[in-house]
Design a protein around this ligand. Structure first.
Ligand SMILES: Nc1ncnc2c1ncn2[C@@H]1O[C@H](COP(=O)(O)OP(=O)(O)OP(=O)(O)O)[C@@H](O)[C@H]1O
Ligand SMILES: [Mg+2]
Length: 217
């Protein structure tokens, strides 16, 4: 099986000259579950954005399913790899929780009845039924995290990158998120969890790497 995500000697500097990544190699299969750890400012979010093709490496290669990530359209990348931002609010745009989940499905050829069924399924899976008509920005932080994940899952991605999904969650909300991610893992969807939360990562990820001094260890 060829790798699903493959980074080869990836270097990245900001225009200011700040060198963030200094020769990162990373190979992941479709169903791998990886914890990406490292201190604040070590470049975790930058690495996530490079994998999504939202940033371009200064040197090195980023491939998705055997092809350079830049060869895919932005829409195609988003369909294959779901990305949950460090601040989930940044990805919300709809007037209701149900629309937030269902919006993209309309563009993918689903009939209104099918969209409704899919949305209902995802609302149930992420325990958000009672908020279906709520305004996404009014949800609690934990609910926002689960909505962001539900909206990403609606697109049936093959892989997901979650940037600090457990930050600011209390014990009960964190457990709900863990349950949801365990369900995703059981479906054979792999993920990278960017996190400082050792316990959260230990429960959800088979392997872990740490970003330090621009390299993975
Ligand atoms: N748009 C930008 N322009 C210039 N420098 C940036 C930009 N975004 C991030 N940086 C710098 O790049 C470095 C890596 O940032 P990044 O956000 O990837 O770190 P991180 O590991 O995700 O940190 P955190 O744990 O705080 O989320 C930091 O030094 C940061 O200041
Ligand atoms: Mg970050």
């Amino acid at each position: 099986m060829s790798a699903f995500i493959d980074l080869e000697q990836v270097w990245f500097s900001w225009p200011s000259g700040r060198e963030v990544l200094r020769g990162v190699d990373l190979t992941l299969q479709r169903n791998d579950t990886l914890a990406l750890m490292g201190s604040n400012g070590s470049g975790k979010t930058t690495l996530g954005k490079l994998i999504m093709g939202l940033l371009q490496p200064t040197a090195g290669k980023v491939c998705l399913d055997g092809r350079p990530v830049q060869e895919y359209s932005l829409a195609e990348r988003g369909r294959r790899v779901g990305y949950v931002f460090q601040n989930p609010e940044r990805q919300f745009f709809a007037a209701s929780v149900a629309d937030e989940i269902g919006f993209a499905l309309g563009f993918r050829g689903f009939s209104p009845a099918e969209v409704e069924e899919r949305v209902a399924e995802l609302l149930a899976f992420f325990e958000l039924e009672q908020y279906a008509q709520a305004f996404p920005f009014h949800l609690s932080h934990g609910e926002k995290q689960r909505l962001a994940l539900a909206a990403v899952m609606a697109l049936e991605p093959e892989f997901i990158i979650l940037d600090e999904p457990s930050t600011g969650l209390d014990w009960a909300r964190k457990n709900k998120l863990i349950k949801a991610l365990e369900g995703i893992r059981e479906r054979g969807v792999g993920y990278i969890i960017i996190s400082h939360d050792h316990e959260f990562c230990r429960r959800l990820c088979r392997s872990a790497v740490t970003l330090k001094g621009g390299r993975l260890t």
